[in-house]
Design a protein around this ligand. Structure first.
Ligand code: GMT
Length: 384
């Protein structure tokens, strides 16, 4: 049976927006009507031409009395209108704040019998950073507790939410999926030559350059690696800490070997030409960028925190180290990059894990089960 689904998401570059968009598009391909609701068109939403995919812009009113627009209220009002006009069955809120809050508010205030079911997917800092901040704690707890169904992108995040947020409810773990056609090992010789000589290795980091990504550690590790091995570093993305990474590279005298590519839209291409992916964050509930690298056949050097060990297997698809352990990180990177046989083994296993555990064909049915459960809930509600 076809459903009407509203998806609330962050539209800027970020893993939760990618997951929300791709999942929504998968459900549209299955014949459902999918309505994306955000302040601007989500950056990965490229299929608006599909007739059953819609985008609804949340307009916030500015008023001199307010320091900032009241976006959560505007989102809830917009969603309530859509629910009443279109008869939305399921609202899927990606990221607890503010989307779960807006979704719960809209569900509760709509003037119709057939209230939709709210599914909230927890992604990471919505719980581990923002949600736990005193300024948002009670609202985040309330929004999670009053969602009809809750999912989290890793076992770590589910357990953390229960323990640290003190919320008592079932949290279903559904891992993020990766598009194996888009992210796959490929020979892109001319692109590779653009960034490195044939005998050089390419290391890569992709993120939104926030403090928790520890981009300076990426530069420090690369400085040690490039002392031993002819190599280049690609820094992909943009964000508040980019200038620090740039300045450190200059200070260490390696800026000629580091390319800052900004928000490169075809990240799958630069991943395909890379030999090692670096994700050295201090918080990471899953690490979608690492998974995209693995699907591209690129081993990962990462920190052993949060949900990363559920994605990257230490000693098989990459190496995991303590946050800030630059010395051992560099040693592992050098070991992998200087042994072609070992590198091939890791690269193949990385792709194998992405294809077997995080394949859309494996993950989508898990969401389908959750959506079916949601429909049953909604039908029960409608009979009352
Ligand atoms: O929570 C965030 O910091 C933002 C979010 C995003 O939109 O990029 O990232 C989180 O969700 C991703 C998708 O589920 C995960 O892959 C990231 O690990 C997670 N980030 C953190 O936990 C820091």
């Amino acid at each position: 049976m076809s459903m009407k689904i509203a998806v609330l998401l962050h539209s800027g570059a970020g893993g939760s927006g990618v997951v929300a968009t791709e999942l929504g598009l998968c459900f549209a391909k299955l014949g459902n009507e999918v309505h994306f609701v955000a302040d601007r068109v989500p950056f990965r939403l490229t299929e608006l031409s599909q007739e059953n995919v819609f985008f609804h812009k949340v307009e916030s009113m500015t008023y001199p009395l307010f320091d900032a627009p009241l976006t959560t209220l505007a989102e809830a009002s917009k969603l309530a209108e859509l629910i009443e006009e279109l008869g939305i069955d399921i609202v899927h809120a990606h990221y607890a704040v503010p989307h779960a809050t807006a979704a719960v508010l809209a569900r509760d205030m709509v003037r119709c019998d057939k209230k939709p079911v709210v599914i909230t997917t927890l992604h990471g800092t919505d719980v581990t950073l923002i949600g736990l901040d005193r300024a948002y704690l009670r609202t985040t707890q309330y929004s999670i507790e009053h969602s009809d169904i809750v999912t989290a992108v890793s076992q770590y995040l589910a357990e953390y939410t229960t323990a640290e947020m003190n919320v008592e409810r079932v949290i279903n773990v559904i891992y993020n999926a990766v598009d194996l056609e888009r992210f796959k090992p490929r020979e892109l010789a001319s692109l590779r030559l653009k960034y490195a000589h044939p005998d050089e290795k390419i290391l890569i980091h992709v993120s939104n350059f926030r403090r928790l990504k520890r981009v300076e550690d990426v530069i420090k590790v690369f400085a040690k690696v490039s002392n031993e091995i002819g190599s280049r570093l690609l820094m992909v993305g943009d964000g508040p800490e980019r200038h620090k990474a740039f300045e450190l590279a200059s200070k260490l005298g390696i800026s000629g070997r580091v390319s800052f590519l900004g928000s490169f839209p075809r990240v799958e291409d630069v991943l395909a030409i890379s030999d090692l992916f670096l994700l050295l964050s201090e918080k990471e509930s899953f690490g979608l960028s690492a998974l995209e690298a693995m699907a591209s056949g690129v081993p990962v050097l990462a920190t052993n925190i949060g949900g990363i060990p559920e994605v990257v297997k230490d000693g098989s698809s990459g190496f995991l180290h303590d946050v800030g352990d630059i010395e051992n990180m560099a040693t592992s990177a050098i070991k992998l990059l200087s042994d072609p046989k070992l590198h091939k083994k890791f690269a193949d296993y990385a792709r194998y894990c992405a294809a077997s555990k995080f394949n859309e064909a494996v993950i989508l049915p898990e969401y389908q089960k959750i959506y079916a459960q949601a429909l049953t809930l909604r039908n029960g509600r409608a009979k009352r």
